[in-house]
Design a protein around this ligand. Sequence first.
Ligand code: OAD
Ligand code: ZN
Length: 250
Amino acid sequence: MEDNQMDKIIEIIKKAKRVVVLTGAGVSAESGISTFRDPDGLWNKFNPMELASVNGFMSNPELVWDWYNYRRNIIGNTTPNAGHYAIAEMQDLFENFTLITQNVDRLHQNAGSKNVLELHGNIIDNHCLNCEEKFEDAIDISNKNVPICKKCGGKIRPSVVWFGEMLPAETLKKSEKMSAKADVFFSIGTSGEVYPAAGLPAIAKQNGAFVIEINPNQTSISYFMHSHFRNNSAEVLPEIVRKLKGLMYR
Ligand code: OAD
Ligand code: ZN
């Protein structure tokens, strides 16, 4: 992006009172966590219907647990990147700031973001498939047995939202409400393939927000953005925040 174009967009962002950021897997890519739909993404190597659906869990819970333990191990050894930290800084730059994420890795919270709306749950907590009792400690299933609920005997599962499941209702409602009120809306590191999350930028735009995409690649929702930063989020977000804080004004 030309520098003067960047400065124009910074001016628009600076004037915003209500800012909403929606993130997807791309934000965590530079922390070493695979995305889902890129060429080396998880859904190109693994079958989501086997590993991320209630039916998949019912037919082979051991396989599903094995995969989530594998992912928890990877995620447990990662740290937030400069993009996560920049987003955390953004919460202090505006009168009203909302962070909505599809990511389950908690890296936003680890970077200092508060009140994060987790649309797809998280990979740290667990709950009972049957009675929904929460089991917030990481569960060690190294003995390969599927953990069982102490309350009802049901199978315990990771608290991520799977294909075919409803999103947490209150979180979705709040995400839609804040998107509708946004002056500026950022869609960062998401392919825009999975609804209802992918519908939030449209809600924002229809209600008057300036919508900006940060993604090195074209996405399904690129076409209706007002502006694009075709960069990696860990590179461009710190630059945007520096400019917003005025440090780079000449
Ligand atoms: P996807 O894997 O669908 O998309 C990742 C996006 O990140 C792509 O558009 C990439 O171009 C972009 N990207 C890659 N590296 C990047 C970088 N360094 N900086 C910025 N962007 C980068 O991931 P999501 O859109 O998050 O659902 O996928 C949505 C949902 O689909 C996930 O939450 C997950 C999955 O099934 C559940 O687990 C419920
Ligand atoms: Zn139970």
